[in-house]
Design a protein around this ligand. Structure first.
Ligand SMILES: Cc1cc2nc3c(=O)[nH]c(=O)nc-3n(C[C@H](O)[C@H](O)[C@H](O)COP(=O)(O)OP(=O)(O)OC[C@H]3O[C@@H](n4cnc5c(N)ncnc54)[C@H](O)[C@@H]3O)c2cc1C
Length: 474
């Protein structure tokens, strides 16, 4: 167990000298709010509280901070917008929380090289907008994109709604400026589409959850912005029929959709209640949202009619076409509000998971979950990025049981067991962080866990960068 230096009054005044007094806060309310992310319930130990929060304004500040913390051996936990769902930004070993909210500039949009260079504190949707204004697409699209920062997206390798066509955040990252644990500043990658010079450190840092380096600048790839988008909302009588249809979009429809999202009946009903709205066929067993893109109205119409006919031929109850901004926004608002609606109607402790299984195994996953849920007197809501087999499963107890906490852990363990037996994995996009750290051994063997520890220590010998995450250390 690493011994850390406490944040004393001397440390606070040193930090103020390095970063400026306005960029250092020990305000108790701030310490609390900057020590939490969106994980609901006490998945972390008590006492994961920042001792100080700092707000660097540029790479030079971050470098000075890392140099200092490394010398003193004080933990540094990077923080984006705190929308994480794994306790990744929670300071597990206390110390300094580094908020990137002041490093929020879009530095450059390069139309010749089709890149956008940003600081880590830029809100994801602002990058989507800046690219669109230039007639280009930044294809990262997590459901939290109106709030999350790009630094958090890169550190988590965030997925979202367009992974099926464009890949997760890491597919769009060409280069990263990083501050290493000892304060040195380096660029990994560049504005180049190919690069096999040495190891691929860019994509080692992507998804490293703040444990290997502090990311201070990001170069992202831009793509052509499709002129037309259409969303199909397709109710199916049951989960198995909906899931079985997904590969047909490609194999028989000959189309690579931008999104294929899944919502089970319970998630539709919760989001309807939350938004006080009604979706068509909300008593159907499952809905798919299929998003198609194109540049030509007629050929896109041909495509969506073909996919619509295919849906009806394979058991869909109906096909609703959202081809204007209003209807599309309404549909996506319903999809993006599911997480919040679960929290609104089942506040406090629930199990909110992010498992991935091979897509064809989703019906079996849900059949076995039904069995566990009824045996343990719980209900679950399942929705997510079915095009990638990435299901968000949220389990809540049916009644207020005194032992609900341990019950939820039992459900979580059973779920992980099922996922593993189906060839799946622990998390598709929310990350391991603190919340899933102690379960990683179910999915990775000892050799891999040992390698993670050794890579971490090669980057960060004093174990100051977001310590206590991803793998158990004691
Ligand atoms: C309603 C809702 C919907 C969501 N939908 C999606 C979704 O569709 N897809 C998806 O992938 N996720 C989703 N998430 C989860 C979350 O939004 C993502 O994980 C997001 O990438 C986190 O970004 P953030 O800025 O909030 O990061 P934080 O939560 O603040 O931090 C996340 C991790 O990044 C590290 N970090 C942050 N900045 C840096 C940096 N500059 N350098 C190094 N490390 C850093 C932190 O240490 C931490 O480990 C959702 C969350 C909510 C609440």
């Amino acid at each position: 167990m690493t011994e850390y230096h406490p944040v004393t009054a001397d440390v606070i005044s040193d930090l103020a000298a390095l970063l400026g007094g306005r960029n250092v806060s020990c305000d108790p309310d701030k310490l609390l709010s900057y020590s939490r992310d969106e994980v609901q319930g006490p998945f972390w130990q008590d006492g994961c509280l920042a001792e100080v929060v700092v707000f660097p304004e540029g790479t030079d500040h971050v470098a000075a901070l890392a140099r200092y913390a490394n010398e003193k051996k004080i933990p540094l936990t990077a923080r984006g917008a705190g929308t994480g769902l794994s306790g990744g930004a929670v300071p597990a070993c206390r110390g300094i929380v580094v908020s990137f909210e002041k490093m929020n500039r879009i530095v450059e949009l390069d139309r010749e090289n089709l890149t956008i260079t940003v600081e880590p504190g830029v809100i994801t949707a602002d990058i989507n907008r800046a690219a669109a204004e230039a007639g280009l697409l930044y294809a990262g699209d997590p459901c939290s994109g109106d709030a999350s920062y790009i630094g958090g997206n890169v550190a988590e390798n965030a997925g979202g709604n367009k992974v099926v066509k464009y890949g997760p955040t890491g597919s769009h990252v060409l280069a990263l400026e990083a501050v290493l644990a000892d304060g040195s500043v380096t660029w990994f990658g560049g504005k180049r589409r190919k690069d096999v010079t040495g190891y691929d450190f860019v994509h080692l840092l992507v998804g490293s959850e703040g444990t290997l380096a502090l990311i201070t600048r990001i170069v992202l790839k831009l793509l052509p912005l499709p002129a037309e988008i259409v969303d199909l909302l397709v109710p199916f009588p049951d989960v198995a029929t909906a899931v079985a249809f997904v590969p047909r979009i490609v194999t028989e429809g000959k189309v690579l959709p931008a999104s294929v999202e899944f919502m089970d009946r319970r998630s539709i009903n919760l989001t309807e209640r939350f938004l006080n709205t009604r979706l068509p066929y909300s008593d159907a067993g499952a809905h798919l949202i299929i998003q198609l893109e194109g540049n030509d109205t007629e050929s896109l119409a041909d495509e969506y009619e073909r996919i619509g006919d295919l849906c009806l031929a394979h058991g869909a109850l109906e096909v609703f076409v959202a081809d204007n901004r209003n209807s599309r926004d309404r549909l996506w608002k319903a999809r993006k509000s599911i997480t919040e609606s679960v929290w609104a109607f089942h506040p406090g402790k629930n199990v909110n998971e992010d498992v991935v299984v091979p897509t064809a195994a989703v019906p079996e996953l849900m059949r076995r979950l039904d069995e566990v849920a009824s045996r343990l007197e719980t209900s679950y809501v399942a929705f997510g990025h079915i095009g990638d087999g990435n299901m968000h499963v949220t389990v809540t107890p049916d009644r207020d049981l005194p032992e609900r906490e341990s019950l939820l852990h039992l459900v979580q363990d059973e779920l992980y067991g099922i996922v593993k037996s189906l060839g799946g994995t622990l998390t598709g996009e929310h990350g391991v962080g603190l919340k899933r750290r102690d379960s990683i051994g179910l999915f990775l063997d000892g050799a891999q866990i040992d390698l993670i520890r050794r890579v971490k220590l090669a980057f960060d010998p004093n174990n100051i960068l977001n310590p206590g995450k991803i793998v158990p250390w004691e």
